[in-house]
Design a protein around this ligand. Structure first.
Ligand code: NOJ
Length: 446
């Protein structure tokens, strides 16, 4: 495979999923700590209190990043580790932890990409209404300012939010992610709007305080891929991808979360769908929300097939029986990494980072002491080939972050899903490279 010379290769993780460092009061309580305490929320009854104990083992983990050969690492900061109550009092141990982690990365020649918010909202802020409270915009600005002042001398790459479709949609539409309270459409749309405003404010703060900052956001999407290369199918897929359709998690759409950032307005389809429940959005909000950013992050794992419709603009194509799936039951759709970035780049015209891509597997240690995840190697090769094809066709993709560096706490699935290139034994915290980590090392060395 051949990628541009300056292409960024990294792996990604998130604070709540790997850090631990909670049991002895090392950080403030978050909505996820609280959610996990509610019976029946997490498949295996677990939580992220210890997770991969990365808080104590970060040096070893950075060494793994280095040894695999990644030049970049996407990490998230736990808001409640810096500000245990979300605002106000600063936790110096938390400040030190990220200082050490960042220095360790830089010493090893690895560029940190910081995600400011990967779902672990400080519990104190939730009890004040969380994203429902309009003050959240300034809470997030205060937290951003702190991060900028503490680490902006060494860190230049930032993502404001990770997958708002999940911490708003899965959390408040479906109730399966923290904090898990299902709310009315009007309330959910208000929260989503507040998050977009907080994004805009955060961009302003970073721009003002971090010289040379490169800023983006990292939503997710499930790209619609055309059944054939006919113009009609391609147009239909594009239309489906940016539509805001009635669906179980009505906050899933990528355009609802992105059009306001790039165009300063919500997509027509969504305004129509939500017509009866629309809060009173102020015109000036959109100026804040559309504060210019430098790149666009996308977490892409799978996609679906669309063809031109006989009676409608587009029609979904049924998957054949026995279609390939990963352990978490997500379909394997490599071309999603061709069409997703292509459609997004055409529409938003910003360089793209694939901020997450990877698969969950039934990975275990074999008799020979190794982990033979040939499926993950195959998955990665197929997806990267499609990404490469897209770049060759003119899509401006700047980098790729594998999800994930190590196995970790997979939210409501607990520790039952393994997404890592590196296996974690949660009894001993021993890290073991899977075959895919060895493959990645070879691939990156070429
Ligand atoms: C999306 C999320 O950002 C990440 O936290 C999660 O573990 C992976 N995708 C896999 O579901």
């Amino acid at each position: 495979m051949s990628f541009p010379k300056d292409f960024v290769w990294g792996s990604a993780t998130a604070s709540y999923q790997i850090e631990g460092g909670y049991e002895n009061g090392e950080r403030g309580r978050t909505v996820w700590d609280d959610f996990c305490d509610r019976p029946g929320t997490i498949l295996d009854g677990s939580n992220g209190s210890v997770a991969c104990d990365h808080y104590h083992r970060y040096k070893e983990d950075v060494q793994h990043i280095k040894d695999i050969g990644f030049g970049a690492y996407r990490l998230s900061i736990a808001w409640a580790r810096l500000l245990p109550e979300g605002t106000g009092k600063i936790n110096e141990d938390g400040v030190r932890f990220y200082n050490n982690l960042i220095d360790e990365l830089l010493e090893k020649g690895i560029t940190p990409y910081i995600t400011l918010f990967h779902w672990d909202l400080p519990y104190e802020l939730f009890s004040k209404g969380g994203w429902q409270n309009p003050e959240c915009v300034e809470w997030f600005a205060e937290y951003t300012e702190l991060v900028a002042k503490l680490y902006g001398d060494r860190v230049k790459h930032f993502f404001t939010f990770n997958e708002p479709q999940c911490f708003i949609g899965l959390a408040h539409v479906l109730g399966i992610h923290a904090p898990g309270n299902i709310m009315s459409k009007r309330s959910v749309l208000t929260m989503a709007h507040n998050v977009l405003k907080a994004h805009g404010r955060s961009v302003q703060v970073l721009r003002a305080l971090v010289p040379g900052a490169q800023i983006g956001i990292a939503p997710t999407s499930t790209p619609a891929c055309p059944e054939t290369n006919s113009e009609a199918d391609i147009n239909a897929a594009r239309e489906a991808y940016f539509d805001v359709p009635e669906q179980e998690n009505y906050m899933w759409s990528v355009s609802w979360w992105s059009d306001p950032i790039f165009f300063g307005q919500y997509p027509e389809a969504g305004l129509k769908l939500f017509e009866a429940d629309l809060p009173d959005f102020k015109d000036e909000d959109f100026k804040l929300i559309s504060e210019p950013i430098d790149f666009y992050g996308q977490n892409i794992y799978n996609g679906y097939t669309i063809k031109a419709g006989a009676n409608a603009a587009y029609e979904a194509v049924k998957r054949p029986l026995g279609f390939p799936r990963t352990a978490i039951n997500w379909p394997v759709v490599p071309e999603s990494l061709y069409w997703g970035p292509k459609f997004l780049y055409e529409r938003y015209k910003k360089p793209i980072f694939i901020t997450e891509n990877g698969q969950s597997g039934t990975d275990f240690i074999s008799l020979d002491g190794k982990i033979h995840d040939t499926d993950r190697i195959d998955f990665t090769q197929r997806y990267l080939a499609e990404l490469e094809r897209g770049i060759a066709d003119g899509t401006d993709v700047k980098g790729y972050f594998a999800w994930s560096l190590i196995d970790n706490f997979e939210w409501h699935s607990g520790y039952t899903e393994r997404f890592g290139l590196i296996h974690v034994d949660y009894q001993t915290q021993k890290r073991t490279w899977k075959d895919s980590a060895h493959w990645m090392k070879e691939f990156l060395a070429k």
